[in-house]
Ligand binder design. Structure first.
Ligand code: FES
Length: 152
């Protein structure tokens, strides 16, 4: 997406929300919903439109973990780090996932810890995009990643 396109989309979003009380958060949510992230170059544009300082806008973006300032990866991997999964080897699984993902194309995978996916009886568990996976071994994880890479 070109910088001009981003600028235009952000301007449209600002126009739609600027009259709302506390417009900053609705604007940031709408930008992230539309673009997948809040581009750092939009901070000045937002600040100017709302008569705020760049530092204020930047502060709100960095305060809320929800907001991201880089484009999202193609796939999101959530590895459970809670107790049941830990007792079944999720620490070693996380090490394996990190090593494997490091060999993949940049921007293909984001890895996040989560604390219980509700599959404790089938630990270790993970979620890739919207799909839960139980009893994930390093080998099973590699097969899942191989499949995703083959389809991208
Ligand atoms: S502890 Fe991992 S799914 Fe519940």
């Amino acid at each position: 997406m070109s910088p001009e396109t981003i600028h235009r989309q952000v301007a449209d979003i600002i126009d739609q929300h600027r009259q709302k009380p506390g417009a900053l958060l609705p604007i940031l949510h709408a930008i992230q919903d539309t673009l997948g992230f809040v581009p750092p170059e939009s901070v000045f544009q937002i600040a100017l439109a709302l008569n705020r300082s760049r530092a204020e806008v930047h502060g709100v973006i960095t305060f809320y973990h929800h907001f991201r300032t880089t484009p999202p990866a193609d796939h999101v991997i959530q590895v459970c780090r809670a107790e049941a999964c830990q007792s079944m080897g999720s620490d070693q699984l996380v090490d394996h996932v990190s090593r494997r993902v490091a060999t993949c194309r940049a921007g293909q995978f984001d890895v996040h810890p989560v604390y219980c996916l509700g599959l404790c009886a089938s630990a270790p568990a993970m979620m890739i995009d919207d799909t839960l996976h139980a009893r994930v071994s390093p080998q099973k994880f590699d097969q899942l990643v191989d499949r995703l890479e083959a389809h991208s």
